[in-house]
Write a protein that binds this ligand. Sequence first.
Ligand code: SF4
Length: 704
Amino acid sequence: MIPDKKIKTTCSYCGVGCGIVAEVDSQNKVQVEGDQNHPVNQGMLCSKGRNLHYVVNDTSDRILYPEMRWSRSHPRERVSWDQGLDRAAGVFKSLIQKYGPNSVGFYISGQCLTEEYYIANKLTKGFLGTNNIDTNSRLCMSSAVVAYKKTFGEDSVPISYEDIELADAFLIAGANPAWCHPILFRRLEKHKEKNPNVKIIVVDPRKTDSATFADIHLQIIPGTDIILYNAIGRRIIEIGLADKEFIENHTENYLKYRKQVMATSLKEASKLCGISVDDIKKVAEIIGESKGFISMWAMGLNQSAIGTDKNFSLLNLSLVTGRIGKPGNGPFSLTGQPNAMGGREVGGMASLLAVHKDLNNPVHRQEVANFWGVNEISPEPGLSATEMFEALESGEMKAVWIICTNPMVSLPNSKKIEKAMKNAKFVVVQDISHKADTVEYADLVLPAAGWLEKEGTMTNSERRISYLNKGINPPGEARPDVEILCDFARRMGFRGFNFNNTEEIYEEYCAMTKGTNIDISFLNYDRLKSEGTFQWPVPEYRHTGTARLFSDNKFYTPTQKAIFNIPAQIENTSEKTSKEYPLILTTGRVRDQWHTMTKTGKVSRLRTHYPSPVLEINPIDAYLDKVKDGDVVEVKSKNGIVRVKAKLSKSILEGVVFLPMHWGKQLQSDLNRANNLTKTVVDPQSKEPDFKFTTVSVSKYKKE
Ligand code: SF4
């Protein structure tokens, strides 16, 4: 291929945020390679990133023009943009007039660009008059958001990837970065290859590829994480490795923390979490004696009925050892989506306001309202992801606008989601692919531009903002999401949506950050295009970005001290196993697939690694259930059934089974959908669903 142009951009999959050079030929065909000069990946790409061009080049599944059904008894038909958006504006106006602003809402995505997130939030919270805007990021990292806020005063990830090469102790908790954040893990592997003294500890009920690489694998009983991290904290204190100076001068609430961790002996903790006392002691010594300690975590910790408390117990290990604000030290939550972090910056959840302002604070609400030129932001909390679909099911909410996400496959308790979609008076789906199961339920389908077909910015897991260039035109009549939203807002009669381009939206958001802890008011598109990526804050013109927060030991709390938050209780609050449902189901991801496979599912070479969903089950449980390797099994929970093949594996803890979450009806069968089984239980603090603990039974499937 002779490239016509080369475009620097960022991978659209995980939150690692690898730099990509896309080559576009005269036929608009794309090839990709890793950007050698990018600080994140230095030319490396994982299997998903390396194959991204197949997704762009194959437009066979793309939604090409707006489609609408005039009533539920008619099929959808092609309509013009004017017809579609006029109808949407008409329906939203009449519902708001009749039932109030909380009768409508938006459900968006961590794959949206920052400008899209910003506009959707401005439209909903500023102009529609409701805080009913939530995102699929609620499903992956909202527990970490709440924990950061309560510990440091703001939702601020303190460290950077460059800290990996400076640390010598890593605690990877409930994450499998070898598969889900591969380039980050590659950096960790290289670091260990060069420095054999580096110690890696992985906490996971499954022996994943990350756990296999680790020095110590703590194969924990699901739900007992707080007990384990408290026991490690206790041992650190007992052997005199707590940082007394840091605790005294820079933290609050230590005595309460000490009291809680001392209340459970190591022997008791060992019994409860299934980790030997020796291993607890060994890990405490590694952390306490290290020069640089980094904790990394993802869904295994966050997706729990006690997800925020689990986060607290892990963050407390950084506080008790004083391992924060120094090179090679700090807690590091890994974001699953490319712009989950950018969404948090612009207040992209029902519980947040832009630029880390607090929705519960009337002064903050007024500041945002003044900035947008509206009278007020509603003080009423918005509905979170699961609450929104419950409100649609009950009829309390009437209309939902879904952007770039596939709740029919990804939200828990699929049967309830289906009822909600059917019961809603009006469903808009704005997406790129017909392969998303959710499209089936839409009254109005709007074709959106995809990766490389629009410009904008994203922020990766380490607060690094990158500019994404447009390289090709979207197919058919597809339009960038910001254009669609601004067009709709103008049809609603709202001021403040007359932007000439995406850059003007970015500039409006940047102006809003001035003087805040995420100040990027001096970071314009020109700098991003010419100088590359920057980590926020970038508070001065010549500032080159901030790799590490809290270097001065000053936190964003009123006292400037970090807070030891004490988990309300140390034991899991999920349902208990029973005779009927004796096994614990945990769901998760596989190496070469992404979310609900609307993109990766198109690439044949990505399907070879894990061609179809299988239930991983320990041979002892399989023996008890009379199941052999390769048998088709029925997995049952209180909520539904899944029928898949069984894969016997000693790498999963006895009593636990695993199912990947990617597959849905469009790609295989709705009997393969893991979320048929999961329940709508959430962490009360973060509203993040309890995906990692569903009680199930497994039996060999017998045809009737
Ligand atoms: Fe893309 Fe993540 Fe792979 Fe990097 S590690 S290439 S960002 S999927």
